[in-house]
Design a protein around this ligand. Structure first.
Ligand code: PLP
Length: 283
């Protein structure tokens, strides 16, 4: 099942061709996107996702996106979706057609199903390897043209890292910086639990500010946890009571194995944090 909508709210055939071959999103990966979980017909963290889309677009010096249009497109996809089924809703915004004097961006919302491997990761956790990302935590501020921390559609490196993880017998990755600190996953934020405190690295080091991590921290604080946004050393990952990857569609995923070594059982902490996260959306 797929559903496609444009910013005027019109639905279109998701199996038909709509993009031009000279779209700069396709030719250069020049664009930005968001992936949002829709559960019970509600788009989770819609406003933070829209704000982040606008922020990423500004980093790429794209025209400010029509956020009301994206909301309209999102609504059309949600309305077209069968009741009771989750959606991974993608908002895509590219620089548009190469050489277009009007510079009209390409923009659409695409709903896809949440596939079985994601459900499995949510329930059973994942095995993760640490991989070098090749930059230090100070680079993002020094070199904004590198677009570190934007959600650009240039995800080839992120996908290559996941293939490297698979070669090493793992399912996911935690990127490390040149100083040995933790960055993020290719499609997730790193969260560590220790002594009733949750830790995540600051987005100023060149990573995406995660909407799921933020929601989890809100829920966890209400449940009595302390939350801290501060650098994490990769050597400390294995010492935690729980290591998690958070992302909109995979939610709070438990890391059970790191670089081939089984981590202490964190199923109880995972259950507790999942309840704290869920509490943000119940009622
Ligand atoms: N970091 C990266 C690089 C991502 O691609 C994502 C999500 O896809 C995240 C972090 C997590 O962000 P969110 O929780 O908003 O989905």
């Amino acid at each position: 099942m797929r559903a496609l909508a444009f910013l005027d709210g019109s639905l279109a055939d998701s199996e038909a061709a709509h993009l031009r071959v000279d779209d700069l999103g396709l030719l250069r990966g020049d664009g930005v996107f968001e992936t949002i979980l829709v559960a019970g017909k509600k788009a989770r963290e819609l406003r933070p996702h829209l704000d982040r889309l606008a922020r990423s677009a500004a980093m790429l010096e794209l025209p400010a996106p029509d956020l009301a249009g994206f909301e309209r497109a999102a609504r059309a996809v949600i309305d077209a979706w069968p009741e009771g089924q989750e959606i991974a809703l993608k908002l895509v915004y590219t620089r548009g057609v190469d050489g277009d004097p009007a510079g009209t961006p390409t923009a659409f919302a695409l709903g896809v199903e949440v596939d079985a491997s994601i459900r499995q990761a949510r329930e059973q956790g994942v095995s993760v390897v640490t991989l070098e990302r090749g930059f230090g935590p100070d680079l993002a501020e020094r070199a904004p043209w590198l677009l570190l921390g934007s959600k650009s559609i240039s995800y080839a490196v992120n996908m290559a890292a996941l293939r490297e993880a698979a070669r090493r017998g793992a399912q996911d990755v935690i990127f490390t910086a040149t100083d040995g600190s933790v960055l993020e996953g290719p499609t997730s934020t790193v969260v560590l639990a220790k002594d009733r405190t949750l830790y995540t690295p600051p987005s100023t080091i060149g990573i995406l500010p995660g909407t799921t991590q933020y929601a989890l921290f809100r829920g966890a604080e209400k449940a009595g946890w302390t939350v801290k946004v501060e650098p994490i050393a990769a050597v400390d990952l294995a010492q935690a009571e729980g290591l998690f990857l958070t992302s909109s569609v995979r939610l709070v995923t438990r890391v059970h194995t790191l670089d081939g070594v089984a981590l202490p059982d964190s199923t109880a902490v995972h259950r507790e944090l999942t309840a704290a996260y869920d509490s943000v959306y119940s009622g």
